[in-house]
Design a protein around this ligand. Structure first.
Ligand code: NAD
Ligand code: TYD
Length: 352
């Protein structure tokens, strides 16, 4: 859609993927006024978007999508033309211990945004768009073969996945019932700079650096399809501008790795970067109790976005991983800041 001179609200822009989306939109689209709304939970970090503070088209709003009244007020004040909604509770392990946080933010928080969007536009939506960012985890778990397509039935298995699935359904229902113009994308596992070190790749980079055990869940033969975060941001930009209203797009890198193979590659690359003897970091691999209800395999069929919008990943996994390792090694201070205090309590509870 053409959004020139329009106000675009991006939620969750202080988090991992959101920070890359905000950066791309602020720098690539100087004619948009970008509003980054974030509650700055443990996963939100203003350091992630510090470089954008001097841009004239960038605004930060600290707000909680669970507070319906404040959200409504903000929409009435700013009359956002478009929303790109990323704010969420995003970590499966936390959803197992605190499912209600996920139901509240991911389900009700999304409904609060949709209600505010309706209220401000009074169901007259010419030139407006609500873009909901979702995950491939809504489709459940695959067997040894097959890929998730846009028509795969929803079968979410974790509280996180089911809260995202519920939010996808609510967005579609608002489209069907009120004519609210939406697009949804469901993406595979992302990796890259700014990812909070509770997720596999940054957690393991941090542990390797500190020569701490690498906690592999179960037999380690779980499969994920990895995409470099900046390629996800590019896909979001393309869908936002060229996607068809009411459609869903799956985003993925055709890049499946078992956890064990990925972890071994990480160990090898980290040994090289840290000048440690070959095989040093692999010795840190420690098998731990499996995650409850652990999905065996995710893999995305990204043919639709490729054929319709011409999108494909711009970097190979090797290139993306190299950039990621270099970023974490160069940003020791960032890592230290996010791994003190509350993170340490989480880590002790999770892995003790
Ligand atoms: P993240 O946890 O790194 O960031 C989430 C951001 O949302 C944080 O900045 C946090 O402060 C903010 N937030 C949380 N609750 C909020 C609330 N109540 N009000 C306002 N802001 C709030 O998450 P991420 O990995 O960047 O994921 C972003 C989105 O992309 C999520 O919707 C997630 O479901 C989806 N997604 C993630 C992945 C992945 O691999 N990380 C893959 C596919 C889709
Ligand atoms: P994660 O990064 O949490 O993403 P998701 O569960 O959303 O796919 O985990 C990726 C894979 O790595 C998943 O199969 C769980 C596994 N894993 C471990 O083996 N050990 C860990 O400490 C973590 C965080 C994840």
């Amino acid at each position: 859609m053409d959004q020139s001179n329009k106000k675009v609200l991006i939620t969750g822009g202080a988090g991992f993927i959101g920070s890359h989306v905000v950066r791309l939109f602020v720098t690539k689209h100087p004619d948009y006024a970008i509003y980054n709304l974030d509650a700055l939970t443990y996963a939100g970090n203003l350091e992630n978007i510090k470089d954008l503070e001097s841009f004239g088209n960038y605004n930060f709003i600290k707000a909680d999508i669970n507070e319906a009244d404040s959200i409504k007020k903000l929409f009435l004040e700013h009359e956002f033309d478009a929303v790109i909604h990323l704010a969420a509770e995003s970590h499966v392990d936390r959803s197992i211990t605190n499912p209600n946080d996920f139901i509240e933010t991911n389900v009700l928080g999304t409904a609060n945004l949709l209600n505010a969007f309706r209220e401000v536009h009074k169901d007259a939506y010419e030139g407006k768009l609500f873009y909901h960012v979702s995950t491939d985890e809504v489709y459940g778990s695959l067997g040894k073969t097959g890929l998730f397509t846009e028509t795969t039935s929803y079968d979410p298995q974790s509280p996180y996945a089911s809260s995202k699935a519920a939010s996808d359904h609510i967005v579609r229902a608002y489209g069907n019932t009120y004519g609210l113009p939406f697009v949804i994308s469901n993406c595979s596992n992302n990796y890259g700079a700014n990812q909070f070190p509770e997720k596999l790749i940054p957690l393991f980079i941090n542990n390797i650096k500190q020569s701490k055990p690498l906690p592999v869940y179960g037999d380690g033969n779980y499969t994920r399809d990895w995409l470099y975060v900046e390629d996800h941001a590019i896909a979001i930009d393309q869908i936002f501008h060229q996607g068809t209203v009411g459609e869903t797009y799956n985003i993925g890198g055709f890049n499946e790795w078992t956890n064990l193979n990925l972890i071994k590659l990480l160990c090898q690359l980290m040994d090289e970067k840290l000048d440690r003897p070959k095989g040093n970091s692999e010795k840190l691999i420690t098998y731990v109790k499996d995650r409850a209800g652990h999905d065996r395999r995710y893999a995305i069929d990204a043919n639709k976005i490729n054929k319709e919008l011409g999108w494909k990943p711009s970097v190979t996994f090797e290139e993306g991983l190299e950039k990621t390792l270099d970023w974490y090694l160069a940003n020791d201070e960032w890592l230290k800041n996010v791994t003190t205090g509350a993170y340490q309590d989480y880590y002790d509870k999770m892995y003790s």
